[in-house]
Design a protein around this ligand. Structure first.
Ligand SMILES: [Zn+2]
Length: 392
């Protein structure tokens, strides 16, 4: 592998031998894909390869991300893998491995390599890898593989509500309680994540009881050291909820936390927010040179949802400083018009956000809006549901 690559080392954006060596060392000599991790080097041999996060080829799978030729060949743009995974990443399509997902894998591989070396004294690192489902609707082993930003499309009747219920419970186990009496059969759900060691947190719901497991062992009902935030943007109208307290309650946050992040909000549509008395006011962009503050209750439904989304984003950023974090946003395109939907999905697909995102949607906003997203679809097949996702 090495020699054939060196013969084309003058190709645009190609990594130098020194860069490849550093990438391999940072990954502990193993493939960076979390489920692979095969050893790629030994005494005097290196059989792995450096794949490009943003593509070196102009029409490569993930575009060039606006990078210069030098940046394309930089260590920052490389990920160390076994030969077959490097091939998949360089030649596969961008929906399979997005740039954000590859950056996440690279950071995780580095953290795991440090754990092997130092036994735990490593920088914080987390990655949510998969959701494994089993119920009458979801055949055992049904797996949703998380990307950095994952778009889960489930039209009516495909079990999206059930799936949203599982995730709401992972965010707040009290959410599972009302379900229990109405569940005639068992539902098993587990989340696989890395912290950076591999972990699994599972629940079995049904027959009026909840059983939890952690790494296969029975678990006490205590908080798991991850942060899964569930956010539903619909079902809220500021028309009958005017104050900071109502807004905070609808987001499941304390008024103190919401007030603290209001001053940091910024988007092309809302350029500022503040609390006056117990009222929340926002400054809508495009209102001219005169600064005008509008009460939350006077905003349109779309503007209210945008405000709540921006607050959720700001709070989740803070939480992600302490724990591996997944933000679940339910019914996202449903509450926004096409333009706002594109804006919000673009913000969530930013590879630099310090957490992963899962969006649940009933409608498909189209491929141009989903650039940078891992797309999964719930497909009804008779009495069962299949998770349609491109995976190797
Ligand atoms: Zn591999």
């Amino acid at each position: 592998m090495e020699s054939s690559e060196d013969s084309v080392s003058n190709r645009v954006g190609e990594f130098t031998v020194a860069t490849k060596r550093r990438l391999a060392d940072d990954a502990g000599g193993r493939c960076s894909l979390p489920d692979c991790r095969v050893m790629t080097q030994g005494p005097g041999v290196r059989v792995g390869r450096a794949a490009h996060i943003c593509s070196a080829a102009p029409r490569g799978p993930r575009g060039q991300g606006g990078l210069s030729t030098l940046e394309l060949a930089s260590e920052r743009n490389g990920i160390w893998c076994c030969a077959s995974h490097a091939d998949q990443i360089d030649s596969g399509n961008g929906a399979l491995y997005t740039a954000g997902t590859l950056i996440g894998y690279k950071e995780l591989a580095h953290a795991r390599a440090l754990v092997e070396l130092k036994g735990g004294l490593v920088p914080k690192s987390g990655w949510f890898h998969g959701l494994v489902l089993s119920s009458r609707a979801f055949p055992p082993g049904s797996t949703l593989r998380f990307g950095k930003a994952t778009f889960l499309l489930g039209r009516n009747g495909t079990g999206k509500t059930v799936l949203a219920g599982y995730l709401a419970g992972f965010a707040d186990p009290r959410q599972w309680q009302p379900w229990l009496n109405g569940l005639p059969e068992e539902h098993s759900v587990s989340i696989r994540y890395f912290d950076p060691e591999p972990r699994t947190y599972g629940v079995t719901l049904g027959h009026r009881r909840i059983e939890r497991t952690r790494d296969g062992q029975p678990d006490m009902p205590v908080a798991v050291p991850v942060c899964i935030r569930y956010c539903s943007l619909s079902h809220f109208s500021a028309g009958d909820a005017h104050g900071l307290d109502d807004l905070a309650e609808s987001l499941g946050e304390s008024s103190h936390v919401v007030a603290a992040v209001l001053g940091t909000l910024s988007s092309p549509d809302i350029s500022g927010a503040r609390v006056t008395g117990s009222q929340v006011e926002v400054q809508l962009a495009g209102s001219g040179d005169v600064v005008r503050w509008t009460k939350m209750s006077m905003l349109s439904a779309g503007e209210q949802s945008l405000l709540r989304f921006l607050i959720e984003l700001a709070v989740t950023r803070r939480r992600a400083q302490d724990l591996p974090t997944l933000l679940v946003v339910d019914d996202l395109p449903g509450v926004f018009d096409t333009r706002l939907c594109g804006l919000v999905l673009g913000q969530l697909a930013d590879p630099d956000l310090p957490f992963q995102t899962l969006v649940l949607a009933r409608e498909d906003p189209g491929p141009e809006v989903l650039d940078g997203w891992t797309r999964v679809e719930l497909v009804a097949a008779g009495q069962q549901v299949r998770l349609a996702q491109e995976m190797f």
